[in-house]
Write a protein that binds this ligand. Structure first.
Ligand code: ZN
Length: 286
């Protein structure tokens, strides 16, 4: 909680506070995909691979460009922490901050997930979300946020005054990426990045602006599906917080596996081409 203000409000404080907000990035100028062209392919998909992510652990998988990927909750309520990389260059990765700035705090049907600088291009397009019905609840909460970072052992250490816990999503993602790449945990750790919080129900309190979580509404069989715009390496952790109804960073919450399904469509969206990397010339005025 922040302390009470120690400064005096100016006389026109009410007027200043009454100024209406404007959307930072108007969606009219944001290129949006023709979702119907993507969704038309969903009627004829061939399942080519299934990956199981054990509770309190992570696993990687590959999705070729032009394929669909479903992130599924197969058993009990479980939150997933998702990382995405360019399969051929792990330096290009999901950029949750800019994806949030462009789409809002939570992502869903029709939203595109963007990669980091200097690439900044859509790397995945969300084509189905069985939790689409949830919208925003009375607390301002919603699902699939791009505001949280991932539970990690450093914050746990800070808040628990020296605690050591090794199955936070950050460590799970680090172990899985090390296994995938053959690199040491020290080398891959900097590539682990802020996540898409799959199925997690979160928001900010209206009075104090604090990040909150509540029990995920996810039911067995629910899934978020995306179309891979480029060849992707996925990495996802089944969070030790389980449904994230109480706490992270311990072995006390009930945890369940997650599954990942990769589907090959019979064609490609009409007129689709893999997005090129961003065309800014990178001279930065020099
Ligand atoms: Zn976690």
């Amino acid at each position: 909680m922040k302390p009470n203000p120690i400064t005096d409000a100016p006389e026109d404080a009410d007027q200043r506070k009454a100024i209406k907000p404007v959307i930072c990035y108007p969606t009219e100028t944001l290129p949006r995909p023709d979702l119907s062209a993507y969704r038309a392919l969903r009627n004829d998909l061939e399942l080519i691979e299934t990956v199981v992510i054990p509770p309190r652990d992570a696993a990687t998988w590959e999705v070729p460009a032009g394929h669909f990927c479903r992130l599924v909750c197969p058993e009990g309520p479980q939150v997933g922490d998702l990382n995405l990389h360019n399969l051929h260059n792990i330096n290009e990765r999901f950029y949750s901050g800019k994806t949030r700035a462009l789409n809002g705090t939570h992502v869903g049907l029709g939203d595109q997930l963007y990669s980091n600088f200097p690439y900044l291009r859509p790397i995945a397009t969300i084509t189905h979300d069985t939790l689409d019905w949830y919208g925003f609840d009375a607390f301002g909460g919603s699902v699939h946020d791009v505001i949280g970072t991932r539970c990690d052992p450093y914050t746990h250490n800070l808040l628990s005054h020296g605690g050591q816990y090794h199955h936070c999503c950050h460590s799970n993602l680090t172990r899985a990426l090390a296994k995938q790449t053959g690199l040491s945990p020290e080398l891959v750790e900097p590539h682990v990045h802020d996540v898409l919080n799959l199925f997690m129900c979160t928001g900010f309190t209206r009075d104090t602006g604090q990040y909150f979580m509540k029990a995920s509404p996810v039911r067995p069989g629910d899934y978020l599906e995306f179309f891979a715009e480029i060849d992707l390496l996925g990495n996802m952790s089944a969070c030790p917080g389980g449904d994230c109804s109480s706490e992270h960073s311990s072995d006390t919450a009930a945890c369940y596996p997650l599954t990942v399904e990769i589907y090959k469509p019979q064609g490609l969206p009409e007129g689709w081409q893999a997005p090129q990397v961003n065309s800014y010339d990178r001279s930065h005025g020099l």
